[in-house]
Design a protein around this ligand. Structure first.
Ligand code: SF4
Length: 93
């Protein structure tokens, strides 16, 4: 059986946000003007200790969030991850 990428990218249960380490944080940390490493470092530091990091990343991938830091990854990093997942899926089929 071959799974489609969308089968791998499911939207997690809605209540994952209740445990988000970024709850109450400045939104500008997560959606900085630029996405260079220094701009996104504060958000990544918060994500690094977040108990729902996996759920957050899964949500961002499943819903095609293109901007900001989600699950500890920037938009470009999520695009690269999505490409790797797609490549792996192609090789498996
Ligand atoms: S992983 Fe980062 S952006 Fe996602 S909920 Fe946790 S702290 Fe917030």
């Amino acid at each position: 059986m071959v799974l489609a990428l969308n089968d791998l990218l499911f939207e997690p249960e809605e209540n994952w946000r209740e445990e988000a380490a970024c709850s109450g944080s400045d939104n500008d940390f997560f959606f900085p003007v630029g996405e260079d490493e220094s701009a996104i470092a504060p958000a990544k530091a918060i994500c690094a200790v977040c108990p729902v990091r996996d759920e957050c990343l899964q949500y961002a991938l499943a819903t095609n969030q293109s901007e900001g830091v989600w699950g500890g990854l920037s938009g470009p990093e999520r695009r690269r991850l999505r490409r790797r997942l797609r490549d792996r899926q192609r090789r498996a089929s």
